[in-house]
Design a protein around this ligand. Structure first.
Ligand code: 13P
Ligand code: SF4
Length: 319
């Protein structure tokens, strides 16, 4: 079957079933183009919360689909490929995390959204790379904190505050793979280029960045900055929107340490295809299923994050 067939069938099915497709920036261009909404992890959660659809297809990875389910108990949440996991979420197992919390009593637990529902259920509040600093700063100055699971985002935030934060030692296999040497070589080739970096990257890469931000922040930076060339250290799916929004600019992928591994692509994100979205809509599976108990426990810290984010946004707009 060709691409046009899947697109026309997806369009028919989403209308007849009152379904919406929410896609992350790391999805392939054809998926982003058919999605009702494309965004970063925070925007996907916000969009899921306000949706009136009967079915949500989350074209992203499992933690994103679980978050959509946590916020929509009454809706069917589908993911095109149930194997679309996340190495960062996998680096924080519930039994180990429980032990970590028990060994560090008296600390509030701030957890990155890239975690399983079980980890969210053990947390006081969730954050994403778009709002991590604001979420941390929403606590009193002397509050002792745990941050998990990404050590790079955690250290990036910690370096901007004076707070007592202990950080779980997790990483993302995509973002830890970028080569500082190869990025420096590219910069020599393109001296006017801006180096822009996701906070999940390792410290040496973050240290040479002109800008560090979430996927949506990186996209905004490329639109607003006067530079013509950008060396981009994050998953290359984001290039689709960057090129659409700034067609006259040049985007260069930061190379991974092993030039043969292709590991700057997130193999989990790239499991999703138009064909799988079509079958997910047709058969209404794979469905994200969580127990009511898990949803109730995980919803509190997710909703708290959305509340803090909303309040801060309103305050920013008033200024
Ligand atoms: P964003 O929230 O910045 O989109 O990041 C999600 C992610 O998985 C990064 O690897
Ligand atoms: Fe997870 Fe890394 Fe893929 Fe993001 S890029 S979904 S953190 S494995």
């Amino acid at each position: 079957m060709d691409k046009d067939f899947y697109i026309s069938q997806i369009n028919k099915l989403r209308k007849s079933k009152n379904a919406i497709i929410l896609a992350h920036f790391y999805q392939t261009g054809d998926i982003q183009d058919i999605a009702d909404f494309v965004g970063d992890s925070l925007a996907l959660a916000q969009e899921a919360l306000k949706s009136s659809a009967s079915i949500i297809i989350l074209a992203g990875v499992k933690f994103m689909a679980e978050t959509a389910k946590i916020l929509n108990t009454d809706k069917k949440v589908l993911i095109p490929d149930i194997e679309a996991g996340c190495s960062l979420a996998d680096s924080c197992k519930p039994e180990d995390f429980k032990k970590f919390i028990d060994e560090n009593p008296g600390r509030k637990v701030v957890t990155y959204i890239n975690t399983t529902a079980e980890i969210k259920a053990m947390s006081d509040i969730i954050c994403t790379s778009s709002n991590a600093l604001e979420i941390i700063n929403s606590f009193p100055d002397d509050e002792k904190l745990i941050f998990a699971p990404d050590r790079n985002l955690g250290n990036h935030i910690k370096s901007q505050t004076n707070r007592d934060i202990i950080i779980w030692d997790g990483t993302c296999h995509v973002h830890e793979a970028f080569s500082i040497e190869a990025i420096i070589k590219l910069k020599e080739q393109y001296p006017d280029a801006k180096i822009i970096v996701h906070p999940e990257c390792e410290l040496p890469v973050r240290m040479i960045a002109d800008f560090i931000g979430s996927t949506s922040a990186l996209l905004k930076f490329t639109k607003e900055n006067k530079a013509k060339t950008f060396i981009v250290a994050t998953e290359p799916g984001i290039f689709h929107k960057m090129k659409q929004e700034s067609p006259d600019k040049i985007f260069i992928a930061a190379p991974p340490k092993d030039s043969t591994c292709g590991c700057s692509e997130c193999n989990y994100m790239k499991l999703n295809t138009l064909e799988k979205i079509y079958f997910a809509l047709l058969n209404e599976e794979p469905e994200v299923v969580l127990s009511n108990e898990m949803i109730t426990k995980a919803a509190t810290p997710v909703l708290k994050m959305l509340e803090v984010s909303r309040a801060l946004n309103i305050m920013k707009k008033k200024k």
